[in-house]
Ligand binder design. Structure first.
Ligand code: NAP
Length: 289
């Protein structure tokens, strides 16, 4: 029976969205932690915490997410995205179900069709490699865990592409945005809702659920078209968006050129619906404006 649910990284953008949903799930007892209250790089602390709070389920939203900085801070990035996941896995083994959030960056972005869960990983950045090794270590120690890979996450909380574009759209008259990388934005509130629906499904008796799943919103876009939609919905008219190619916007870490995720498995296993990205963006902007 799942009663006590630990949300790690609860001050991050995804973690925050979970906190907004707690009141809808009164049968569960949620415990929120972040690095200041439970540092996941400290194995002893995690074991004691799980024991003391009788944790039945852990949703791991904690991560090192500074993709470009990670190229210079590889050690710290691996400590959080791989070693801390190993700590969680070893500490929670048998005692708690782990639902771990991973990323489209585990792929090289060379596909031309939406990635399915069994496609070969081939991360191209330190961040992507660290998340990929995090997945491997989790499945090694806790094969009964759930891993959810997501992409292009945004929220009303934290720093993200949507909030940056809203700010730049008001400050500037012209903006260059990459148009040759394809993917699907994901409203973190939708992902949090999906995870809680999954937990409810398991609580009601669903078995054979472990493994890797893909979740983003539905549809496909580019960063350029995403920006145009943000501006259109937010009523930003005085900033012109210019499409540029990736080579005109060099970054330290290599991004996947294509990272559309196939959601069939998560939809069919847990009977959840996945909102279209434009609808979710409109919803999020409604909270931001
Ligand atoms: N953002 C995206 O576009 C995106 C895309 C695909 C997948 N994801 C994945 O989605 C998940 C959630 O991402 P997010 O955007 O919500 O990340 P986020 O906003 O950066 O939140 C991550 C949280 O984890 C905390 N944290 C860092 N090190 C920790 C440690 N040692 N112990 C405990 N907590 C620690 C961070 O604290 P500090 O802020 O103090 O470091 C932060 O509050 C991550 O697994 C990420 O890899 C994100």
């Amino acid at each position: 029976m799942i009663k006590n649910i630990l949300i790690t990284g609860a001050n991050g953008q995804l973690g925050h969205e979970f906190r907004d949903l707690y009141s809808k799930y009164r049968d569960f007892n949620f415990i929120s932690t972040d690095i200041d209250s439970l540092d996941l790089t400290d194995k002893k602390e995690i074991s004691a915490f799980i024991e003391k709070n009788k944790i039945d389920c852990i949703v791991n939203c904690a991560a090192y997410t500074a993709v470009d900085k990670a190229e210079d801070e590889a050690e710290l990035c691996y400590r959080v995205n791989r070693d801390a996941v190993g700590n969680l896995a070893e500490s929670a083994r048998v005692k708690a179900l782990i639902i771990h959030i991973s990323t489209d960056y585990v792929f090289d972005g060379k596909s031309v069709t939406p990635y399915i869960e069994t496609d070969a990983t081939n991360p191209q950045s330190v961040y992507g490699k660290s998340k990929c090794e995090g997945e491997e270590i989790l499945l090694k120690y806790c094969p009964e865990s759930i891993i959810i890979r997501t992409a292009w996450l945004y929220s009303t909380y934290g720093n993200n592409f949507v909030k940056t574009m809203l700010r730049l759209g008001k400050e500037r008259q012209d903006l260059n945005v990459v148009y040759d990388q394809k993917g699907t934005p994901t409203y973190a509130a939708d992902l949090a809702q999906a995870v809680l629906d999954i937990i409810s499904c398991i609580e009601k008796g669903l078995s054979n659920y472990s493994g890797i799943y893909h979740y983003s919103n539905e549809g496909v876009t580019t960063w350029f078209d995403f920006t145009e939609k943000i501006f259109q919905l937010a009523g930003i008219k005085n900033c012109t968006v210019h499409p540029i190619t990736t080579d005109k916007y060099p970054t330290k870490a290599v991004r996947p050129m294509y990272s559309v995720l196939n959601k069939t498995k998560i939809r069919e296993t847990f009977n959840i619906s996945v909102p279209e990205w434009e609808n979710s963006l409109e919803k999020c902007l409604g909270f931001l404006n």
